[in-house]
Design a protein around this ligand. Structure first.
Ligand code: NAD
Length: 499
């Protein structure tokens, strides 16, 4: 993979190369005329072959002791660590995310696999009861073949969030990455798959037809999807054909609430700024609406803009010191620019943030200067919808009941944050926000924990990733029960009166 030639990543099913149906090329979003690499893509038939191979591998993989699976998985991801430097550069080039963050994304694979294998070993324990009520055992079983359909904005992490818990608990997995940013995730998963028994882990690149074929396949027993609400509905319809259960991790319009006693020091505001603008704002849990107590509004605005001046440096994601790269696509640039233009038409003020590291480069690629939008109301689309980009609205509030109601407006509820010097006050307010996750005094990546379950409420999805809950998504209980009432020929009395 190293060297100057763009990588061509093959299609591998059942451990052997398969003729691609097409090739998907990925351009460098900082220099769109440059192709970073290509992946071989399949179609519904290739997806079917991959699922059958995963089904064939399931019996052997699930029968292995959990500790043995864990050891194999840790060794597989260890082989990824060896290529970490090259992989981080490849990810920075195809996604436009800055290099230190790409290094973090690759390193996360190690940490997350270690965590999931440890949780699986600790929790896949049979519960045995033998008492006056009878004999009961409850054990946890994997589903079978898991279909993982993933987006482009953190492609390695978002695939690993499904692959690691599913494999650790004995499922086999077929992954369909997003065709927008497919190179690094394919390379990572191929590296792991080559060190696991054939069929345990397969990648099938392609578009919506491949995703639909996976979601609706009769041999797929669970579907794990991360992406937008529109495609989630299509995935759910496909899965409904076979009554296949799902985990859906969707978007959100995540509020950050700064109470009147919030610390507004440099370090805190640095976290707040990056909480919105990491990966150019293209993060599901980014702070997408800032609510600041009216008594601190002026101070906050001034300090936020001042901290952003050094915290946000727009430019080449591979250049040292750059903290915000290009957006992933022209369409994202147009979407966010449209929301900002609309805010301006509504009388809003748009303040450019940060500095430009390289004006010529920024003029040519899919770059968008980070901005703060003030002077708009909650019904403006920049406030009411998920922008998924480097433009954030700032709004004033007067009291806690009001801000809770405004934070909870809308159909979703993914992440949120509360900022206060008083931890107890922050935790109490956090519980009133309808969201699957609330950060305190931080927002976004710096606020996550391996042990903290992450996921949405309402239209932001269901099911969880991270935490023990994220591992439990991939197992189901099987109870074996002998009631005392029938034990030793005691008769046929039922536990339920009248039945
Ligand atoms: P998307 O919904 O457009 O695509 C997601 C995946 O679905 C891709 O692999 C795509 O090829 C595939 N797909 C397309 N049509 C399909 C079909 N008919 N059947 C099955 N699969 C199909 O999402 P995206 O643009 O790649 O990602 C951005 C969205 O993801 C944002 O809304 C963001 O908020 C969300 N997201 C959520 C989380 C989370 O954890 N909750 C994390 C990251 C991103």
């Amino acid at each position: 993979m190293s060297g100057d030639a763009p990588p061509d990543l093959p299609l591998v099913v059942g451990g052997v190369g398969v003729a691609p149906v097409s090739w998907v090329a990925r351009e460098d979003p900082a220099r769109p005329e440059v192709v970073v690499g290509r992946v071989a893509a399949g179609d519904a038939d290739v997806a079917d072959a991959a699922i059958r191979s995963a089904e064939a591998a399931f019996g052997g993989w699930s029968a292995r002791p959990v500790a043995e699976r864990g050891a194999l998985l840790r060794a597989a991801v260890g082989a990824v660590a060896v290529q970490a430097d090259d992989l981080a550069v490849l990810l920075a080039r195809e996604l436009g995310k800055v290099l230190p963050d790409c290094r973090g994304e690759i390193a996360f694979a190690q940490a997350f696999v270690a965590y999931c294998t440890e949780v699986a070993e600790r929790s896949l324990v049979e519960r045995v009861t033998d008492d006056a009520e009878g004999r009961l055992t409850v054990h946890l079983e994997p589903y079978g073949v898991v279909g993982a359909i993933t987006p482009w904005n953190a492609p390695v992490i978002l695939a690993l969030l499904k692959v690691a818990p599913a494999l650790a608990t004995g499922n086999t997995v077929v992954v369909k990455p997003s065709p927008l940013v497919p190179l690094t995730v394919t390379q990572v998963l191929h590296t792991m798959a080559a060190r696991l028994p054939t069929g345990v882990l397969t990648v099938v690149n392609g578009g919506g037809d491949v995703g639909a074929a996976i979601a609706g396949h009769p041999l797929v027993r669970k579907v794990a999807f991360t992406g937008g609400g529109r495609i989630a509905r299509a995935v759910m319809r496909s899965a409904a054909e076979q009554l296949t259960p799902l985990v859906l991790e969707l978007g959100g319009n995540d509020p950050a609430v700064f109470l009147d006693d919030a610390d507004l020091g440099d370090e805190t505001l640095h976290r707040a700024v990056l909480g919105t603008f990491l990966t150019g704002g293209q993060v599901c849990m980014a702070a997408k609406r800032l609510y600041v107590h009216r008594s601190r509004l002026e101070e906050f605005t001034e300090r936020y803009v001042a901290v952003a001046r050094t915290a946000l440096v727009l430019g080449d994601p591979l250049q040292e010191g750059v903290t915000v790269g290009p957006m992933a696509s022209r369409a994202q640039v147009e979407h966010v620019s449209g929301l900002v233009a609309d805010a301006r038409r509504r009388g809003g003020t748009v303040t450019p943030l940060g500095t430009l590291a390289d004006e010529a480069l920024v003029a040519g690629g899919y770059f968008l200067r980070p901005v703060l939008v003030t002077g708009v109301t909650d019904d403006a689309p920049i406030v009411a919808t998920e922008q998924f980009g480097p433009a954030v609205p700032l709004l004033a509030f007067d009291d806690e009941d009001e801000v809770v109601a405004r934070a909870n407006a809308g159909q979703g509820g993914l992440a949120s944050s509360v900022w206060s010097r008083d931890e107890d006050r922050a935790f109490a307010l956090a519980r009133r926000i309808r969201a699957g996750f609330t950060f305190v005094n931080t927002h976004n990546r710096t606020g996550l924990a391996l042990r903290a379950p992450f996921g949405g409420m309402g239209r932001s999805g269901f099911g969880r990733e991270f935490g023990e809950e994220g591992v439990r998504e991939y197992v189901q209980t099987h109870a074996v029960n002998l009631p005392a009432t029938v034990r030793g020929g005691a008769g046929s009395a039922s536990a339920y009166p009248g039945t």
